[in-house]
Design a protein around this ligand. Sequence first.
Ligand code: ZN
Length: 407
Amino acid sequence: MPLSKHYFIILLLLSLTNSCTTDEEANISPNSSEQTNTPNSNNISSNNNNSSSSNSESVINSNFECGNGYYYLSRPVPSESDDTHRYYEYEWQSDPPVCVNVYQAELLGGRDEKLKSSMDWLRTNLPNIIPINVFYIDQFNASEESKLQHDIDFCNLVSEPNELEDCIGGSTDSWGDRSYGGGVYGRYLHKGADLMMYDDAFVQDEGLDSGLIYLAHEYFHTFQTSHMFYFEEKQKFGISIDDEENGVPLPFLPIWIGEGGANFASISLMAKQNLDFNHYDQAVRFLNQAREAMRGSSSSFSLENFESENNRINYEYYAYDGGFMAHVYLWHLNEDNFKKLMVDFYSIFAEKYKLNPLDGWKDAFEETFGISLEDFYRDFDAFMRQDKESQIAIIKTAEEWINASWD
Ligand SMILES: [Zn+2]
């Protein structure tokens, strides 16, 4: 199943509970890991967990240990608060690092180096605002010991100490069936986002580089979710007091924007790396999948139905692929929308959410694109009922994807 979005599950939208799920996964090994810097980055550190060694060293700043302890063991005291939010400044803000935790590298055939170098490219070219804890393991062939270490590391990132045992024990049955994931919740924002990759990403039948599209997709989830907490003017992260009290892990973002946006960004990010990958063909494949999901649908079928629904129709996920086409459609309406889709929408998100917790994302959408959401849904739904040739015609050429700029 090449490049199916089947794997594109994220912590962002699917797991709204506090439990540890396979969608959210993270880092750090209390007692494992040997760590090296990748040559071309001060900030990407790698952590080769072999489940037996036990040292980790700080890579960038003295408060951060890639394999042990994150930035803060517990959330720091807010530097400021108002009626709705508590605001935080984190020591890592000036230069948020990336930590790559690799388990049993001997099983990975050098693909861990490929992943690290792509990760380095991503963080250089679309800089993020929080640290990222990448976890990379072969979920089919890794030893029980490595898998346990992986879950311990992840759970240390996303759980409170009193939830740790439940988290570690809660997902052992899912090995072999785990999905890639990426993102961050308010409760562990101070420790950075998680990004889960499994080696099966690279053994699809499309050539080795094609697996990196999953990394790009998940990386964009870390970008989206971190910005949903970030107040640009204050240069602080803000967590909604209500959300915290009600156990809401992060602000609401429609699934078609979350997943469609990550699919869209994954094509954009893949296009610009020098890879053995046909990003234009992949864009057309997303269109085909969206069309397949619509096959046999009634005239009431609408993107609007995929704000909170992520069901599979005719084996395809419209939120992902129709969501992708919604981004392509917006770009086709206006050249400037490319940057808005990649960056600007997310830059104003936290501020809009603060003003309007119920529908802040709609305000952000309408202000960013200068179109009412109602009009957009109507026009886009009509477009998706056109013939395939008209739809392919709005997909930018391979060259245009390469040259498009979010700066
Ligand atoms: Zn996703």
